[in-house]
Design a binder for this molecule. Structure first.
Ligand SMILES: Nc1ncnc2c1ncn2[C@@H]1O[C@H](COP(=O)(O)OP(=O)(O)OP(=O)(O)O)[C@@H](O)[C@H]1O
Ligand SMILES: [Mg+2]
Length: 359
């Protein structure tokens, strides 16, 4: 079974639309497909005609181990099955707090159906939390849809960093492909974004571009994939082309990450600098070795400088950060420590915590 997760913490960039239509087109090509919706918003279900409130067994019960996965599978069309989500999934992270192997709940659930499908397509929520993490740990491939909004491009930069950190920490490597999605190529900006993505990620960007097409929105509101709603529209052609590209890789499954290059806002928003200077400080003795590592420097520790201030020995570093949320820690004499001046922390999924700062 080939497992592909649709991931991007940016909302509305086309994850669900791509999950539904890629799953539908793959099933049309004779592949047996299971779509799993890990997003509590439940949009994949709606886009495939599920009635809200009538989903008895969702992925929530499966992840909690209350039912075997077979009991949550719905047969929708020839070759296309799905497991829908439930709004209860919003509580998943809380319910699982402190639970062992909580990043591997989906993987554990899949054992029963490992040979039943050719493709598993996973739709993720617009965040990189425990649910997305479960999807990533199962998948070998990630498709990141990117739309024209500048924040999506900034988000891409952060997301690639996050995936890289996950890969380094878990040694679970992902084959990443970026998909230009919902692009209006009649606009200069739409063409510019496609060109930038293809230049930055020559090997990791789909050749296919999903053009903006209102029929996709209509199809979703009728609970149908585009293949059932309108085969004559551009969106059907685009998703069919995407499917062919995905199928082309069937024989030659590569496992590698894109050559990482930051996508600075300045390239997309000329003349606008969104960066802010953030001062990180830690009190420690003069002879100490103090470093900082976090999302912003790829978790590669950088040294802090010592200053004396009113008899205190303060180590500091100023880092330029674009708006967003960043996890970090200090490395004090080779020991990882949280920032004592910052009460905001997040679970690092490895039994510890990171300090987190919002810019
Ligand atoms: N190519 C497209 N042309 C026109 N509309 C599109 C296109 N792709 C997606 N849309 C519309 O944009 C909206 C957001 O798309 P979608 O739900 O797929 O994004 P998402 O990434 O799953 O969002 P979320 O993060 O909230 O789950 C939907 O109304 C969808 O119908
Ligand atoms: Mg969605």
């Amino acid at each position: 079974m080939r497992k592909i997760a649709l991931v991007n913490q940016k909302g509305g960039c086309g994850k669900t639309t791509t999950a539904i239509n890629l799953a539908s087109c793959l099933s049309g090509e004779g592949r047996k497909v299971l779509l799993i919706d890990l997003d509590p918003q439940g949009h994949s279900g709606l886009g495939l005609g599920a009635t809200p409130g009538q989903i008895e067994n969702s992925i929530y019960e499966v992840l909690l181990g209350k039912i075997p996965i077979n009991e949550a599978i719905q047969s929708l069309r020839k070759n296309l099955d799905a497991i829908f989500s439930d709004v209860l999934l919003t509580a998943f992270e809380q319910v699982m707090a402190g639970a062992r192997e909580r990043e591997y709940k989906l993987e554990q659930s899949l054992a029963d159906i490992a040979d039943d499908y050719d493709y598993l397509i996973i739709d993720s929520p617009p965040s990189v939390g425990l649910l997305t993490f479960n999807g990533l740990m199962v998948s070998e491939e990630v498709i990141i849809p990117v739309d024209t909004s500048s924040f999506s491009l900034h988000g891409l930069d952060k997301l690639l960093n996050t995936i890289k950190i996950i890969e380094e920490k878990t040694e679970h490597y992902l084959f990443i492909k970026i998909l230009a999605s919902n692009i209006d190529r009649r606009t200069k900006f739409g063409r510019h974004v496609v060109e930038k993505l293809k230049t930055h990620f020559p090997e990791n960007c789909f050749k296919t571009v999903i053009n903006t097409c209102t029929r996709l929105r209509e199809a979703a509101s009728h609970g149908k994939p585009i293949a059932e709603y309108d085969k004559r529209c551009a969106a059907f052609r685009d998703y069919q082309n995407l499917t062919e590209e995905v199928l082309d890789d069937e024989a030659e499954m590569k496992v590698k990450t894109p050559a990482f290059k930051p996508l600075w806002e300045a390239e997309f928003l000329p003349g606008q600098s969104l960066e802010k200077e953030i001062a990180f400080t830690l009190e420690a003795s003069a002879g100490a070795t103090v470093q900082i590592a976090g999302d912003f420097n790829n978790w590669a520790p950088e040294g802090l400088e010592l200053t004396e201030s009113q008899g205190r020995q303060v180590w500091h570093k100023v880092v330029s950060l674009t708006p967003g949320s960043y996890q970090y820690k200090y490395l004090l004499d080779g020991r990882w420590v949280l920032d004592p001046a910052n009460g905001q922390t997040v679970d690092d999924f490895f039994g510890g915590a990171n300090s987190v700062i919002k810019v």
